[in-house]
Design a protein around this ligand. Structure first.
Ligand code: NAD
Length: 469
């Protein structure tokens, strides 16, 4: 097992430019990250292309065995990885946060290694025998965000490697250390040349998206960057999986029990302190139980400790960066100025060193308020009153994004009927944001396209080929 200091030393830059990464909770230095360039990217792509044929030739069983060993390596270094993730990203060790994220990395590696994808006979009528196979694409580029940096990297690279591709990862400029460390640990078990990481900026990301030797880009991040990647990938007709922003609605039906659902509503909205793509970001509650839901949610939220991630008692942390802190603060201030009622929070301490924004619940807010209509990506949840289910579905479907959504009711048939009318890639019932490596996940509308996880996720990292005859 690596010690924490040895892990940081192993990923520190030895030459070239370096950047000091600060802890968002304390603004103290966490470590030094390399600043890789477009030339570094070229070298990585060349090495990944050279290693790809031998990796593909190993076959599914050997590649699966390598991924299972890589999962063991993540587990051996789990505490050090969680510690670094907590310091760099800000999320606490405890709760559904840093240890949970590292655990999910190992779980997703194992699930991806053991999911079967067999050739499919599509026609066999005596005259025609047509089979559908999936071949490796070649080199896959993976561009990720700062909110779940390790887990999203695994979501992108595990199916890529499993399908016989090699990979080049470009982490977010905000969280390079977490991804550098994760990949260092994975490379203890993977063959040389198969997996590379380039800690560069947007320019490096843009070059990766247009690079002629890269056959597919897995991208998770904002809708704006996703649109830029579509454009820069066009010349090479690159395959893309795009997991973009969301603004997920939750609809609480009038027969729901406010006390029974309050805890799950809370974590649906506030997991990772609200910095989650498929978090509940707009809560629609029927007028009959509106006050009771507001009350129960406030009492759950009040009891959740926020603070420095390494303190075991905390389950909520800071915003990861100043830009995100400012977005949340401006949206809440504007909501308050519009006459909305702040049930909890909304009053950050101006003298704190970190980017802590208190857990905030806002009631009596109009549906067209910017805090509702824009993705806040932080710990501030607007609660909107509705009177008819048609009105609630209309609100939920009014935006141009559709990643996730949820419906809350003990009447499953009624909840499923409402779910079927919502324009989102996933609609959960009586939970929100529960991802599962066996269940495909992807966005509707401008939340992106392409599916991750399960058999569908493997198919997305292969080139379909029909053998007919
Ligand atoms: P971002 O789009 O600013 O950055 C994401 C990554 O893209 C970074 O690595 C960045 O360097 C790179 N990038 C930016 N512009 C690029 C370009 N033109 N070409 C190539 N690469 C480029 O997003 P962020 O601020 O890191 O993440 C927050 C956003 O991500 C939110 O909108 C959130 O909803 C979304 N997100 C979505 C999912 C999902 O699964 N749908 C998951 C997590 C986050």
């Amino acid at each position: 097992m690596e010690t924490y200091d040895a892990l940081l030393a192993a990923i520190a830059p030895t030459n070239g430019q370096a950047r000091t990464i600060l802890d968002p909770a304390t603004r103290q230095p966490v470590g030094e990250a390399p600043v890789h360039t477009v030339e570094d990217l070229e070298r990585a792509v060349t090495a990944a292309a050279a290693a790809q044929p031998a990796w593909a030739a190993l076959g599914h069983d050997a590649r699966s065995a390598a991924l299972l060993k890589a999962a063991d390596a993540v587990e051996r270094s789990a505490e050090e990885l969680a510690h670094l993730l907590s310091r760099e990203q800000g999320k606490p060790l405890n709760g559904p946060n840093a240890r949970f994220e590292v655990g999910a990395c190992a779980a997703w590696l194992r699930a991806t290694a053991t999911t079967e994808l067999k050739p499919e006979t599509v026609v066999d009528d005596g005259d025609t025998h047509a089979e559908l196979h999936y071949k490796p694409i070649g080199v896959v580029g993976a561009i990720g965000p700062w909110n779940w940096p390790m887990m999203i990297t695994i979501w992108q690279i595990a199916p890529a490697l499993r399908m016989g591709n090699t990979a080049v990862v470009k982490p977010s400029e905000y969280t390079p250390l977490s991804v550098l460390a994760l990949i260092k640990v994975l490379n203890e078990e993977l063959p040389d040349g198969v997996l590379h990481v380039i800690a560069g900026d947007r320019e490096v990301g843009a070059r990766l998206a247009e690079h002629p030797a890269i056959g597919k880009v897995m991208f998770t991040g904002s809708t704006a960057a996703g649109k830029a990647i579509i454009k820069s990938s066009a010349n090479t007709v690159k395959r893309l999986t795009l997991e973009l922003g969301g603004n997920d609605a939750g609809i609480v039906l009038p027969d729901a029990d406010p006390k029974a659902i309050a805890q799950d509503l809370f974590w649906g909205a506030f997991i990772n302190t609200g910095q989650t793509c498929a978090a509940l970001k707009r809560l629609y509650v029927h007028a009959d139980i509106y006050d009771a839901v507001c009350e129960e949610l406030t009492s759950v939220a009040k009891a959740m400790p926020m603070g420095v991630g390494l303190d075991e008692k905390n389950v909520l942390g800071p915003l990861q960066n100043k830009a995100q802190y400012d977005i949340v603060a401006q949206l809440v201030d504007a909501a308050r100025d519009s006459g909305a009622r702040i049930l909890l929070g909304g009053n950050p301490d101006p003298d704190q060193p970190g980017y802590f924004y208190p857990t905030t619940l806002i009631a009596d807010i109009d549906n067209d308020n910017p805090l509702v209509a824009e993705e806040q990506f932080g710990p501030a949840l607007p609660i909107i009153r509705y009177s008819t289910i048609e009105e609630a579905i209309g609100y939920a479907n009014a935006l141009d994004v559709g990643l996730g959504a949820s419906v809350w009711s003990p009447n499953l048939a009624a909840a499923r009927e409402v779910a079927s009318r919502i324009e989102a890639g996933t609609v959960w019932i009586n939970k929100h944001g529960a991802v599962d490596p066996r269940v495909p996940f992807g966005g509707a509308k401008q939340s992106g396209y392409g599916l991750e996880f399960g058999v569908e996720g493997l198919k997305a990292l292969g080139v379909p080929q029909i053998i007919n005859g």
